[in-house]
Structure formats: structure tokens, C-alpha cells
Design a protein around this ligand. Sequence first.
Ligand code: SAM
Length: 231
Amino acid sequence: MRTVIDPFKIKSKPKYHPGRVFQKLGSMLNEHTSKKGFESFALPERSLPKNGERDSKISDQGSQDTAVTDTQRAVLLEALLITEPLDFPVCEIGAYRGHTSRFLASRTRRSYLAVDPYIGYGAWKEDMEIMLDGTKGLNNFKHFRMTSGEASKVITGLGFCFVDAVHDYANTKFDGFTYGQKLVSGGVIAFHDTDNPQFPGTRRAVYEVANSEIGFDLLFHVEDLVVLRKR
Ligand SMILES: C[S@@+](CC[C@H](N)C(=O)[O-])C[C@H]1O[C@@H](n2cnc3c(N)ncnc32)[C@H](O)[C@@H]1O
């Protein structure tokens, strides 16, 4: 069992606490290394089979509520449905306004666990209210208002996990390894923003998770979305 440090654990300490300063320096170094090796951390492309495309559009919500594209949504849906027979919960790390949460949760009969603290690292309480409003009436939907690290103490076996929280090396690595190890065999983990030069750390962390001892096969890789399946 691999344990990765939760970058949010130290955030409760004062800004100039030695641990926070050390973390900041480490993070800068990691992002630099990730940027330099950006090309070497690319995973091969793997798009949906032609007949695998399903309707992925939601007509009633604006696209300003999510960065997930129609193509990525179609891939997420395909991956979700592949894991449907597993009967283990679905989890989304970083829900923002709940656009993807609503789309996926309404297409699975399994529990849908959305983890997002709404504490200012990408979203606030107002975004949470939009998310809660949009997912109202979905009986399988449950919001964990906590960080991925806090939620990892209460969430156990998973069939599917979509990691889309803080897009840097340390956080993606923490989420990828922590939640990747929670997947049952045949379970799937998806990562967003994997090919954006603005987030080189995310690409590197996903590359490391994909090639780790956990044992994954590459299921799909379209622009900015990698989906791995646990052996
Ligand atoms: C890119 S948005 C998520 C977008 C969403 N998945 C979608 O498809 O539209 C990132 C979200 O991650 C959340 N976040 C930040 N830190 C987090 C953490 N440690 N654990 C879980 N979520 C976190 C933010 O509050 C924000 O809502």
C-alpha cells in the first residue's frame, strides 16, 4: 500500500510555518521538473470506438459551468457504463458546479459520491449551491463537503473515480494514488486536464499512476482526459 502525502494537510498551518515553506519549495521544484519533461510524460492516444459514442450533451446548462468537453463527457460516460456491473460506488473528486456530477449520477444506479470542500481552492459556497441545486432529486447522489484527503478516510471500495480537483503534481499524485488504490479490480480512474501545458504536474502525476505498481491499463486517452482501468 503506497501512502502519498496529502498537500492539504499542511494548509491549516500558518503561512510561514516551516512545513508550508518546505512544501511550497518542493511544489515549485516539482512543477519545474514536470514542465521540463512534459513531452516525455505523454500517454498514447486511445479514443472511443466509433460505435461507442453516446449522447453526451446537456442542453439545459451552460458550458461556463464546466471545462469538460462533449468528447470528454462521452468518454466518461462510456467508462462509467463499463464499470456499471461492478456494483461499487462512483466518486468525483472536485465537483465545482456539479455539471459532470449531474450528468454521470443520473446515468448510474450506483451511489455517486461527490467530494469537494468549497473552501476557495477553485470554488466557493456559491458554486456549491449551484451544484446542490442541479443535483437535487438524484437519490443516489451524496456530497462530501471535505477535501479528498479527509474523504479518503471514509470512502472505501470504488468502481469508478473521476479526479478533477487541484491540477498540480502533488495534488494529482495524492488523489491518483489514494483513490486508485481504492478501486476494485476492473475499476476505472479518470483524470481531467492531463495534456494542458498549464498543468504539467497533472500530466506527470497521471503518467506515474498509470505506470505504477497498482497495475493499470490505459482504457481511453482523448485530449485532456486519461482513463485507466485497474487490472
Ligand atoms: C476543475 S473544478 C471541478 C470541475 C468538475 N469536475 C466538472 O466536471 O465540472 C475543481 C474543483 O476541485 C475542488 N477542490 C479543490 N481542492 C480540493 C480537494 N483537496 N479535494 C476535493 N476537491 C477539491 C474545487 O473546490 C473545485 O470545485
